[in-house]
Design a protein around this ligand. Structure first.
Ligand code: CTP
Ligand code: ZN
Length: 157
């Protein structure tokens, strides 16, 4: 990338979530449960030009490594995102997120009477992907549907 175009500097060690659909960077942060109070150094870049998407957002988080579940949640709201793992200023790993066919233990069912919400119940929250575009997830137990843009309200992971 042309250094003159860099809005924020490169990071030394951490994760860069690139090619996020324009305007969704804050949603990505919320899905990761990051409020700014955890102490991570974070850079947000919003609505910058991108060849592929027209415009995109970028989130850079120093010293943060994403779990599989976190990457799956990002895919639900930002299916075009690329995860870049940076070590000593170099991108040592790069991959595209992919929307999971099911997601376990990451989203609380909105239905208060769902078996997955009973205390002491062994049924773990489990959602099955019913549609990719738009993203629609269905609770395995009670059939309640959660849209991709609602996921941030129900994340538990
Ligand atoms: N990046 C960073 N700090 C580094 C290295 C890279 O913040 N030390 C960021 C870059 O600014 C870019 C992303 O990580 O947003 C991916 O870097 P790189 O693979 O070098 O860029 P591109 O080749 O443009 O990526 P792509 O082909 O995925 O668009
Ligand atoms: Zn349910």
């Amino acid at each position: 990338m042309d250094e003159k175009k860099l809005l924020v500097s490169k990071i030394r060690d951490g994760t860069v979530i690139d090619h996020i659909p324009a305007g969704k960077a804050l949603e990505v942060l919320r899905i990761l449960g990051l409020t700014g109070k955890e102490g991570y150094r974070i850079a947000l870049v919003m609505n910058v030009d991108s060849g592929k998407l027209g415009r995109k957002d970028i989130v850079k988080i120093e010293e943060k490594w994403l779990s599989r579940k976190e990457v799956d949640l990002i895919a639900l709201i930002a299916p075009t995102a690329t995860i870049n793992i940076v070590k000593d200023y170099r991108v040592v790993s790069k991959y595209k997120v992919s929307i999971p066919d099911e997601i376990v233990d990451a989203i609380k069912c909105p239905n208060p009477t769902c078996i997955s919400r009973r205390s002491g119940e062994v049924a773990r929250s489990r959602f099955i992907l019913r549609s990719r575009d738009p993203v629609l997830l269905e609770c395995y137990y009670c059939g309640t549907v959660v849209r991709g843009d609602e996921v941030e309200k129900y994340v538990t992971a």
